[in-house]
Ligand binder design. Structure first.
Ligand code: DAH
Length: 385
């Protein structure tokens, strides 16, 4: 057994030096502990009650130390004792549990303690790279736009092209060229929002927010000679107060087909097919006489109630039918405005229709209030994700 360093004056510097030596000796012993018996030998050497190193130190130094050095000496002594006790306990435990003797620095008990600490740290900060990762919720298409796209797709599949037009429109396109003469009472049904400060302009050039997508019919025919098959989705505006089924801003899909020999049968067949594609093949359609200045004859198309299948319920007001869109054969007066571009009503004919996208979305998803589409409440919208 190695002897203790000699102490001369018990100064702090001398004590520091002495404990440094002891600590190094202790660590060297620890490095050599590779088995249960070596771990036990370590314990006896340092902690043995009779002649363990700590007992010797207590006897040799603490008892001999001058009064003023005792506090500092005690501090260093306790520090060393605690460290040794800690190692002695984990040493024996580790040595007992050690079935495999690891190689390298981990082959000593101290090495294994360090390895353990590192392993514990690693598993606490474990990163599972097989997890799918953080998913940022990506927005999805709004239900109204989704249905709008669906409607457009149904017509695209029938060979229709897709067009668009401006939301700020002139009186000419929104009304006049659609055969709404100035001051015609049919204009009143459209609760128009006019742009202010237009009084100095000629009436037909005055700007307004388009009340329907029908002006794009004329815009299309100005650019394209017959034949035409086009659908036009878009936003429209009306001075309507918001209620369960009305909103001042909503969406429509307009349709126009012009060719030789287009008849009301084509209109009926096309819309009947579209409704079956949108609501299911059991849905029926019927056409009810109506009036629009730009079609003659005009009709309101109704579908058999999608809630009760036509038997009659609260939703269809017990009629079995739900009114869905306006349509008709293009009025020859409308063709007059684009006659120069090949629209001679003695040679060609056409049909047109316009449907409200929100209305169809309300029916398709059985939503009760149109406002839900505009409030941006994620709890409502995420149901469509
Ligand atoms: N533009 C009409 C409206 O908003 C709907 C409409 C009816 C469009 C008949 C048409 C049509 O193309 O032929 O009330």
């Amino acid at each position: 057994m190695s002897t203790l360093p000699k102490l001369v004056d018990y100064s702090e510097a001398e004590l520091d030096q002495a404990f440094k030596k002891l600590t190094a000796e202790m660590y060297a012993d620890l490095e050599n502990c590779n088995s249960e018996s070596e771990a036990e030998a370590f314990r006896i050497k340092w902690l043995g009650r009779k002649s363990g190193r700590l007992t010797t130190i207590r006897e040799a130094w603490l008892k001999e130390a001058p009064k003023e050095a005792r506090r500092y000496l005690g501090l260093l002594f306790n520090n060393l004792r605690e460290t040794i006790e800690e190692y002695a306990v984990s040493n024996v435990a580790l040595a007992k549990g050690a079935q495999v003797v690891p190689v390298g620095s981990a082959s000593t008990v101290l090495g294994r303690i360090r390895q353990r600490e590192a392993d514990a740290k690693l598993s606490a900060e474990r990163l599972d790279i097989t997890l799918p990762g953080l998913q940022r919720p990506v927005g999805v298409k709004h239900p109204v736009l989704r249905v709008q796209d669906e409607i457009v797709a149904v017509f695209k599949a029938m060979g229709y092209s897709v067009g668009e037009g401006p939301e700020v429109e002139t009186d000419y396109y929104n009304f006049e060229s659609l055969n709404f003469p100035p001051n015609h009472p049919a204009r009143d049904t459209q609760d128009t929002l006019f742009i202010a400060g237009q009084d100095s302009r000629p009436a037909r050039d005055r700007l307004l927010l388009r009340t329907h997508t029908s002006p794009v019919q004329i815009r299309t025919m100005e650019k394209q000679s017959p034949p035409v098959r086009i659908v036009i989705p878009g936003k429209v505006h009306r001075n309507d107060p918001l209620d369960a089924t009305h909103s001042p801003v909503f969406h429509q899909v307009e349709g126009l087909a012009v060719d030789t020999n287009i008849t009301f049968c084509d209109l009926k067949g096309t819309l009947d097919h579209a409704m079956k594609a949108l609501f299911g093949s059991s849905v029926k359609t019927r056409f009810y006489p109506s009036f629009f200045p730009f079609t003659e004859p005009s009709a309101d198309m109704q579908v058999s109630c999608i809630f009760c299948g036509g038997k009659g319920c609260r939703k269809c007001k017990f009629s079995g039918w739900i009114e869905l869109l306006g349509c008709g054969m293009v009025d020859p007066n409308v063709f007059e405005f684009v006659k120069h571009n090949g629209y001679d009503s003695s040679k060609i004919s056409g049909f047109a229709f316009g449907m409200g996208v929100e209305r169809i979305t309300l029916l398709k998803y059985e939503v009760e209030e149109i406002q839900l589409f505009y409030e941006g409440d994620v709890r409502f919208l995420e149901q469509f994700a």
